[in-house]
Design a protein around this ligand. Structure first.
Ligand SMILES: Nc1ncnc2c1ncn2[C@@H]1O[C@H](COP(=O)(O)OP(=O)(O)OP(=O)(O)O)[C@@H](O)[C@H]1O
Ligand SMILES: [Mg+2]
Length: 338
């Protein structure tokens, strides 16, 4: 569907609507009741009546405004122009710019978030360097503290930049997954051993709950590993001491069902709808310590959806969380990863 919907109305000299194409009716969410009515009768509080008054003086009149009579507010651009053909009247061009305005606002929010995420670690690095310069360097304890701060914040920046590169890649070339056929069991085992050290140092027990008889699937192996590592990483860092992370998989029809379950802090119900949003973190203060950027799950979702799969989450606060992936055994590569 086009990003901008356009429609046309024709008004007679008295400003009454003579005809409305189906596109204009759909945009304005008004049906045949348009015909024979004036703009002031239909939408009295909108700028449309005054635009008509302006167009009556022979000028072209245009304006963008937000509707208050449609089911949801819409950003509408209208342009009115007098015409004189066989009959004289006014031509009204109507464009629904809501989708464009929404994209622009997502983009603005994204840039604000990225700038903030870049600035915070940079400020910490600068402050630590200044403290060292001003004398902390001769105090072994302070020196260690500031140096490890610098290291931690530099790691955070590296992670953020890496994730931004992945995002840019996915958005530009969403379809270019490197699909190959491989054994799902092997990928799960690789992920489990990659994460075993991380789970041990955090006192978390990793449980592998999948049979060795899992099928060969066709998907992007590296990206699927990245998805699972991200989910297991979250499950470890959001767990309780001596908690468990379970990696489960089975096949249902033409789909592999993969679950990552933890016994951790859980996600409050109110935050669940936003959990896959870019930069969303339940507890920003906690994630400063764990080093998370809040991009992981949004990337996970993009990757799974690019394969034609789905991801969902179930969580109970202080009991634990399960992320469930349903992945077609043969990736149905989607054109859009939005
Ligand atoms: N298993 C989980 N249990 C509880 N909360 C979780 C879990 N997984 C994710 N979350 C919450 O969702 C937020 C977003 O997760 P996401 O993976 O997108 O970002 P992150 O882990 O903070 O950073 P990144 O993955 O980019 O390093 C986390 O900060 C955390 O608050
Ligand atoms: Mg994460």
């Amino acid at each position: 569907m086009a990003l901008v919907q356009s429609g046309v109305l024709l008004l007679d000299l008295a400003g009454q609507i003579q005809s409305a194409d189906p596109e204009a009716q759909a945009i304005l969410e008004s049906g045949s009741e348009l015909i024979g009515k004036s703009l002031a009768e239909l939408w009295p509080d909108s700028p449309l009546p005054s635009l008509w008054a302006e167009a009556s003086t022979g000028q072209e009149a245009s304006q963008e405004f937000v509707t208050n009579w449609t089911a949801r507010p819409k950003n509408i651009f209208v342009s009115l122009r007098a015409f004189s053909a066989q009959e004289r009247g006014f031509l009204v061009l109507i464009q629904d710019l809501s989708a464009v305005r929404r994209l622009e606002s997502i983009e603005r929010e994204f840039i604000t978030n990225v700038s903030h995420e870049l600035r915070t670690p940079l400020t910490s690095i600068k402050m630590a360097a200044e403290s060292l310069q001003m004398g902390a360097i001769v105090n072994p304890k302070l020196k260690d503290k500031f140096l490890s701060n610098i290291q931690r914040e530099a790691d955070r920046l590296t992670r953020l930049v890496n994730e931004l590169i992945i995002l840019a890649n996915i958005e530009e070339t969403g379809t270019s997954l490197h699909i190959s056929a491989f054994d799902l069991f092997e990928v799960l085992d690789d992920v489990s051993s990659t994460m075993s050290h991380h789970s041990k140092v955090n006192d978390i027990d990793m449980v592998n709950d999948y049979p060795s008889s899992l099928p060969i699937i066709s998907a992007d192996r590296d990206r699927l590993s990245q998805v699972l590592i991200n989910l297991v990483d979250n499950a470890i860092k959001c767990n309780r001491p001596n908690g468990t992370v379970t990696l489960h998989a089975h096949v249902e029809g033409e789909e592999a069902v993969i679950e990552v379950t933890d016994t951790g802090i859980g996600i409050p119900k109110i935050d669940l709808p936003r959990i896959f949003d870019r930069f969303f973190r339940v507890d920003k203060a906690r994630s400063r310590v764990t080093g998370g950027t809040g991009l992981g799950l949004s990337i996970v979702k993009d990757i799974i959806e690019a394969h034609g799969g789905t991801i969902s989450v179930n969580s109970v606060v202080n009991i634990g969380t399960t992320f469930t992936i349903r992945l077609p055994l043969k990736a149905r590569v989607h054109k859009d990863v939005d």
